[in-house]
Design a protein around this ligand. Structure first.
Ligand code: HEM
Length: 297
């Protein structure tokens, strides 16, 4: 490179040694927990959300590499989807940290200081969905046919999560949803357009068309469908039941949704890869898992 090596070696004499804590910005990371109340369990709630967001970031890191690959092969695609599956499986298993890890009495008090914030507003979670499938598959199931050939902007108006975020009493968009859209709507629509030919579903079809062998890839994509659309939502739903279920009337969620009717996977019927499932499997989407999870409560 035409540089003088001894000058570089001289420089090394004066430079500080790299430390573990500087390398991973540990002090910054550990300074990011700021509870709104004095309840000790609120820190668990904050940290577990942060841990989850880091796993979502790991997943998006892989999504981007798949979508932006210049010469994608089934082998690379399969290996990277497998990584995302591992992340989601770790998250599903660790959700017990939420389910049994906080005192219900503390949770029900500190949550009131967090209104109207909700995990519903996780932008990374929605971006993973946009990378994983054709945008149309994120449209509410009963409106999909009507907007199948519409633009991404129009399809976005019917995205499944909007129907979970309407106020119970008035039927109006919740504040949680309005704030979420203000921050992210443009990003989601742009990403949807950007990956219209490079989302996982589109890429699978292209590889098949090119004659690449895809059974191993299809297996990982089916696993992803179950991890993201059934197993993680169910372990999350278990938390909601544990903290918000109270006879005779459910406790209102911070995001104001009718969460009992909105969250269960068999009601949402979010499916990334309909062509990879049998008619029977599609018909019973999420059902067996729901029954198992509810019987374990
Ligand atoms: C005690 C723990 C938790 C409870 C009780 C809970 C409760 C809820 C409820 C009731 C909703 C429906 C929206 C609303 O009205 O707020 C929701 C949505 C959501 N929460 Fe949580 N949550 C918990 C933990 C978490 C964690 C740790 C994450 C991780 C980021 C998370 C992410 C989400 C996401 C992504 C949604 C949207 C789901 C969808 O649209 O299908 N939640 N949560």
């Amino acid at each position: 490179m035409g540089q003088d090596m001894t000058s570089y070696l001289d420089g090394l004499l004066h430079a500080d040694f790299l430390t573990y804590w500087d390398y991973i910005h540990l002090d910054t990371l550990l300074s990011l927990q700021s509870p709104k109340t004095p309840f000790p369990d609120e820190e668990i709630f904050i940290m577990y959300h942060q841990i989850t967001e880091l796993y979502f970031k790991l997943s998006l890191h892989e999504c981007k590499q798949i979508a932006e690959h210049q010469n994608l092969t089934a082998e690379f695609f399969t290996a990277r989807v497998k990584r995302i599956n591992t992340y989601f499986e770790a998250l599903t298993q660790s959700f017990e940290i939420m389910v049994d890890g906080m005192e219900k009495e503390q949770f029900l008090q500190f949550r009131m200081s967090l209104l109207p914030a909700s995990g519903f507003q996780s932008g990374q979670y929605r971006m993973i969905e946009i990378y994983a499938s054709d945008f149309i598959n994120l449209v509410a199931a009963d409106q999909r046919e009507a907007v199948r050939s519409a633009t991404i902007e129009e399809q976005f108006e019917h995205i499944y999560w909007k129907f979970g975020a309407t106020e119970l009493s008035t039927g109006k968009k919740t504040l949680t949803l309005n704030q979420f859209e203000k921050k992210y709507a443009k990003t989601f629509i742009e990403l949807g357009k950007q990956v219209s030919n490079t989302n996982f579903n589109a890429l699978l079809q292209q590889l098949k068309y090119k004659g690449q062998s895809t059974p191993a890839l299809e297996q990982q994509l089916r696993r992803l469908d179950v991890n993201v659309n059934v197993n993680w939502p169910l372990s999350h739903y278990k938390s909601a039941v544990r903290y918000l279920h109270r006879e005779p009337e459910e406790i209102k969620a911070t995001g104001g949704t009718n969460w009992q009717k909105y969250l269960p996977p068999r009601f949402q019927r979010r499916i990334f890869y309909p062509s990879l499932w049998s008619v029977d499997e599609l018909e019973h989407w999420g059902k067996a898992w729901v029954e198992k999870a509810v019987s374990e409560l």
